[in-house]
Design a protein around this ligand. Structure first.
Ligand code: GLV
Length: 332
């Protein structure tokens, strides 16, 4: 019997690819870079199952290139890079990888960014390494105490909940949150308070974003929202770049409307010639921390994501419901 064909758009750590190789004919895109559109189309045309990354735009054109595609397995929690509605209309299951390891990794990275911003660790590191330290001073690189301050969590999924728990239990912060749904259990556990987005923006000292990128959350944080923030407040985004209007954020930083920000994600991340990042204006500011979408970059998380992505494929190719199905209505 002919083996099913799996196309993987980029190699990743862990045993996920080897698991697939045991059962199927697997082609892994050989370059360690974002796959070009032409190569993506060619790979998808060839395969029965696609294992893609968040940097691959899986739109109508890609989906239509193959009338026998059986699954789109996205190696990420987020799946805004996939036209899920169109895949559903073609009866193609779309899966993602929301396992515990990735939640832990992203929550830890968010926490690290919060501490780095508040304690100005990035600035202090540059300062010391550039040989500028000339003796202790009572005013040198004064930062912000987090104990007793208010963390505003936008989006109370698993990651938002984890970050809030660490802030309350680890640092003695207070938590307010905004989501489309209230969680009384969360409120009780962390003495957290539910509020509107506008109120959260006004009262929080640190705001952290944990919503998926959807048409309704695109530019959720724009100039109007940034203007509501305290001038002493920080914004952290480890979710998706499109949630924040980057131009408005540059304006807020330039005009000292907010005290600083930390971004792990950007409005454009699919740029194969990296032009957008070379020209990113946010790079100019000391009170802006930029990390290259590495919040889930622990070996534990990246390996677990690979196993989940592979298992999703193995389930679908053997006629079973995958563990992490995004377009839930299309099964059974
Ligand atoms: C990473 O950003 C993910 O969605 O898994």
């Amino acid at each position: 019997m002919l083996k099913a064909k799996v196309f993987v758009t980029r190699a990743f750590p862990g045993s996920g690819i080897a698991m697939l190789q045991k059962k199927y004919t697997v082609k892994v895109y050989p370059q360690d870079g974002i796959i070009s559109r032409t190569d993506l189309l060619e790979g998808v045309r060839w395969c029965d199952a696609l294992l893609c990354l968040l940097t691959d735009t899986i739109d109508k054109e890609v989906i239509d290139v193959n009338s026998h595609l059986k699954i789109i397995s996205n190696y990420a929690i987020g799946y805004n890079n996939v036209d899920v509605a169109y895949a559903t209309s073609k009866k193609i299951p779309v899966t993602n990888t929301p396992g515990k390891a990735i939640f832990d990794a992203v929550a830890e990275h968010t926490f690290a960014l919060m501490l780095t911003l508040a304690k100005r660790i990035h600035e202090a590191d540059h300062f010391t390494k550039r040989g500028k330290y000339q003796g202790w001073s009572p005013t040198l690189l004064i930062g912000t105490q987090l104990a007793g301050k208010t963390l505003g969590v936008v989006g109370l999924g698993k990651i938002g909940t984890d970050v809030a728990g660490k802030a309350v239990q680890g640092l003695g912060m207070k938590v307010v949150y905004y989501d489309v749904q209230r969680s009384f259990e969360f409120e009780k556990k962390y003495q957290a308070r539910y509020c509107s987005l506008a109120e959260l923006l006004k009262i929080s000292d640190v705001i952290t974003l944990h919503v998926p990128l959807l048409p309704s959350t695109r530019h959720l944080i724009g100039w109007k929202e940034l203007r509501l923030m305290k001038k002493s407040a920080f914004l952290i985004n480890t979710a998706r770049g499109g949630i924040v209007d980057e131009k408005a954020l540059v304006r807020a930083i330039k005009s000292k409307q907010i005290a600083g920000c930390a971004l792990d994600v950007f409005e454009c991340e699919t740029d194969t010639d990296h032009k957008v990042h070379k020209e990113l204006e946010l790079k100019k500011f000391e009170n802006v921390i930029l990390t290259p979408h590495i919040a889930s970059a622990t070996i534990e998380a990246r390996s677990a994501m690979g196993v989940d992505a592979a298992e999703n494929i193995m389930a679908v190719l053997s006629g079973k419901k995958p563990k992490f199905l995004v377009n839930k209505d299309m099964w059974g």
